[in-house]
Design a protein around this ligand. Structure first.
Ligand code: ARG
Length: 388
């Protein structure tokens, strides 16, 4: 039976996405035609209070050091305006868009193991929800301030569970996130960049191997193959959990020396269509890890430089959100409107580039890929790497 979404926003009644369309959860890669997606919201957006993993993440020179609490009303309204416009643009293209029900991220939280004074956001569903085939996994997450973030998406996931009999709703093991999950070296107030680069190059990351940890945005889906960044937000045990959970997939652990803050793969290694990947030129995939792509005729191109020298104020992410594109189908890609160099590069590669204004929302959690999570892309699970 066709069911209507309880969570579509006010623009649901357009002809392209009739409310009666049945729900199907299915997505195997980052490029097949997108039919249904979740777009985040900036409501109650916070700068999180200090916690062990946070110093490691906030750049030394960042204007966010030593600050935490609610973001301004105006900045939230502006970010929401952009996220609403992005949602409307996707709907006009016939893509169904659902939105989360934000919990109050300003609330302090406590578990038996930790307390934190506030939380974070539900702007970036990509970080929390990992869609692989007919399954959506709530990632463990690795920051205390993000422990309850899945709650903002639960109403949607509950609805999909009722509406699609094939949908598998999975929560990965919730971590304890005691101090033992973090390396004390990273608690230091200042760590200079050469030290950071040396540490990350030898995989001395902030998270330990105490327990299973992963963020969904460390996983890039290539059909049968899952490429997972080992870094600050995903540890080797997290990758092992994914490997055991998906025994018919090949799970590849990758890392990118050159990134002093290795968090989420989608500003670093971004597939555009079968056979083509953009790699951040400052965070080059090591040669030994390239061989697998090369022998299967995948081209790894250096991404164009960002258009900006600095991220917007109070932003966690780097200028490389330029690469954080959302592929709508193998010929069409959404690029942030001010990222002209990235847009030009993709245009030259033969894609239709759809400019989307989002920069003022970056501080809330990221770019166009971060602020979305796939529910349905057409297509099936294919092997794009027959030469293993
Ligand atoms: N580590 C990335 C950078 O700043 C940010 C990644 C954001 N991605 C995300 N899914 N939230 O370069």
């Amino acid at each position: 039976m066709a069911l209507q979404s309880l969570h579509d926003g006010p623009v649901t009644m357009n002809t392209a996405t009739p409310m009666t369309r049945a729900i199907k959860v299915s997505s195997w890669n980052e490029w097949d035609p997108l039919r249904h997606v979740i777009v985040g919201k900036a409501d109650h957006g916070q700068i999180p209070a200090p916690e062990p993993a946070l110093n490691a993440k906030v750049p030394e020179e960042s204007d966010m050091r030593g600050r935490w609490g609610r973001r301004s009303k105006d900045s939230i309204a502006r970010a929401n305006e952009l996220l609403d416009e992005f949602s409307a643009l996707l709907r006009r293209r016939g893509i169904r868009v659902d939105r989360p029900d934000p919990i109050d991220h300003n609330l302090a939280i406590a578990t038996p193991d930790f307390t934190v004074a506030n939380q974070f956001t539900c702007m970036a569903p990509r970080d929390v929800l990992l869609t692989i085939g007919n399954e959506i996994i709530e990632a463990t997450m690795s920051y205390r301030c993000r422990w309850f973030e899945y709650l903002s998406y639960r109403p949607l996931l509950e609805h999909y569970f009722e509406a699609d009999r094939g949908f598998r709703h999975v929560a990965a093991p919730k971590p304890r996130l005691t101090d033992r999950s973090y390396r004390p070296d990273y608690f230091a107030d200042r760590i200079d960049e050469p030290t950071r680069l040396e540490w990350t190059a030898r995989k001395h990351f902030v998270t330990t191997e105490q327990e299973i940890l992963f963020d969904a945005a460390d996983v890039t889906r290539f059909g049968r193959d899952l490429v997972v960044q080992h870094g600050f937000t995903t540890n080797a045990k997290g990758i092992d959990w994914l490997r055991r959970h998906f025994p018919s997939h090949r799970v590849h652990a990758v890392n990118f020396p050159g990134d002093p803050y290795p968090i989420h793969i989608d500003c670093t290694f971004v597939p555009i269509r079968p056979g083509l990947i953009l790699n951040n030129p400052l965070r080059r995939l090591p040669d030994e890890q390239r061989a697998f792509f090369a022998r299967n005729d995948w081209l790894i191109l250096e991404a164009a430089p960002p258009a900006h020298n600095e991220p917007p104020p109070l932003c966690y992410s780097s200028v490389w959100l330029s690469m954080n594109v959302l592929v709508l189908d193998p010929k069409t890609v959404c690029v942030e409107a001010s990222e002209v160099r990235q847009a030009e590069q993709l245009d030259r590669l033969g894609l239709e580039v759809v400019p989307v204004e989002l920069r003022d929302a970056y501080p809330f959690g990221g770019g166009l890929h971060c602020c979305t999570a796939d529910v349905w892309r057409e297509g099936t699970c294919e092997d794009y790497f027959p030469r293993g």
